[in-house]
Write a protein that binds this ligand. Structure first.
Ligand SMILES: Cc1ncc(COP(=O)(O)O)c(C=O)c1O
Length: 448
């Protein structure tokens, strides 16, 4: 074991740290495009895209130059109250221009969770400021992932995420079913009826907002039935409930648009949260975009809106985001995500005949393989087998990183991924799945 692995094992508490038998961390030291190198010099094709975030690909010199130039010119300046800095001001205008209709304002945050927390605070504030002081209840969905702060984790509700030792906000946050067309057999009408029923149960005059990812990503790439998001938005509009779109994953080209809400789903949210692809992971930054109507409410009375962070509008992070957006636009990466995305989706479809593979799904450059014990009933293998991890380990040994998420293997590569790299991904993943299926069969595990 090299020193860095030992240092990490000895000292780092990782996000979602496993406290059982520790596996050696993969210590990554270099990245270029979709390719990573570990400290031992082994190279991997990163089909995960970091963590749904390296949209423009790693190792871009002009990103490094923009970051370095900003660090030299102005490394930090607060944006509290009446201070600002040039990259923050310029990025706010850029985002207002790119955002869905009517989202002309932005609050900068440090990442996705803090954008979601900011949205939670905003919806309660705005409803109260409009005179609806009882509107403080929130509706979100099962299997959602909105981040890891107290409130964003309470808005989420993925299997296995809720440790009994942690506290969650349960008085004001309620969950309805995810639009799961595979196991839940969700239909638009059924989901709408469930939302209406929940609103009635809580009392429409008490519901402040509905939070939704256009595609539930970390919850298992849950692809909503066509028309779902718009129908849910229309229910919200009818009841005066604010619609918060969590585009932390779908923003900045992942499914072929700068933002998916309006361009793909014909929804004009009141609030849109983004992060990840906003800087393609080159700097930690998030943003909460919000509507002109909300701005009007906020500014209808002179007061301090007490929300924000030391690093809101951090000049280096904003400079990185500006350069990142410039690259996405200049290289036409949204259109590219659709083009190579169709090659990726076709490739995924070819895996569906393999043993273990119960479903493949996704859109453009987000996708997953769902591994099951029984292809016809979709019954799962026992959790202890940890099939997603077995497959990702087998793939990693062949130079491919795919993310294990329970029994799934999920992918969201950089939008710059080449067709050759997509073919490598599909072939290698297929080989890894076959290998794991053979090994399980040899161990006496029944796979149908
Ligand atoms: C949809 C969604 N929202 C919010 C978050 C939280 O973002 P962050 O980890 O930057 O706080 C994530 C992270 O994966 C996410 O997938």
């Amino acid at each position: 074991m090299n020193d860095l692995v030992q240092m990490d094992l000895a000292h780092v508490l990782h996000p979602w740290h496993y406290t059982g038998q520790q596996t050696k961390p993969l210590v990554v030291s270099r990245g270029e495009g979709c390719r990573l190198w570990d400290t031992a010099g082994n190279s991997y094709l990163d089909a995960v895209g970091g963590l749904w975030c390296t949209n423009i690909g790693l190792g871009r010199k002009e990103m490094a130059e923009a970051i370095a130039a900003q660090a030299e010119k102005l490394a930090f300046s607060s944006t509290f109250v009446d201070m600002s800095n040039d990259p923050a001001a310029a990025l706010s205008a850029r985002l207002a221009h790119l955002a869905p209709t009517g989202l002309g304002h932005v609050q900068f945050t440090t990442g996705g969770s803090t954008a979601i927390d900011s949205a939670y605070r905003m919806v309660c504030f705005v409803q109260a400021a409009r005179g609806f002081v009882d509107r403080n209840q929130i509706i979100a969905r099962e299997h959602a992932y909105h981040g890891s702060t107290h409130i964003s984790m309470s808005l989420g509700n993925r299997d296995g995420d809720r440790a009994p030792e942690f506290q969650y906000e349960t008085d004001t946050i309620h969950h309805i079913s995810a639009p799961d067309t595979l196991r839940g057999r969700a239909t638009v009408a059924g989901c709408v009826a469930e939302l209406e029923a929940k609103i009635e149960e809580l009392g429409a005059e008490r519901v402040a907002a509905f939070f939704a990812e256009p595609i539930q990503a970390s919850g298992g790439i849950i692809m909503p039935p066509e028309g779902y998001l718009k129908a849910m938005w229309e229910v919200c509009k009818r009841h005066g409930i604010l619609f918060v779109a969590d585009e932390v994953v779908t923003g900045f080209g992942r499914i072929g648009h700068m933002f998916a809400s309006e361009a793909r789903y014909c929804v004009q949210p009141d609030i849109l949260c983004c992060a990840k692809g906003l800087s393609s992971g080159y700097q930690p930054i998030g943003a909460m975009l919000f509507s002109d109507e909300i701005w009007d409410t906020l500014t209808s009375e002179a007061r301090y809106y007490t929300s924000g962070f030391t690093y809101s509008g951090h000049p280096i992070a904003c400079a990185a985001a500006l350069k990142n957006i410039e690259i996405i636009e200049r290289e036409g990466l949204c259109a590219r995500a659709l083009e190579v995305g169709s090659v990726f989706q076709e490739g995924l479809a070819t895996l569906s005949h393999l043993p273990l593979v119960g479903d493949v799904r996704g859109e453009a450059l987000i996708g997953c393989v769902e591994n099951v014990q029984d292809k016809s009933t979709l019954a799962l293998l026992p959790d202890e087998i940890d099939v997603g991890k077995l497959i990702s380990d087998a793939a990693q040994a062949k130079g491919l990183l795919v993310r294990p998420l329970g029994h799934l293997n999920v992918m969201s590569p950089a939008l710059t991924i080449t067709e050759a790299e997509i073919h490598f991904t599909i072939e290698t993943l297929g080989t890894a799945i076959r290998e794991v299926a053979d090994a399980l069969t040899r161990q006496g595990v029944r796979i149908n």
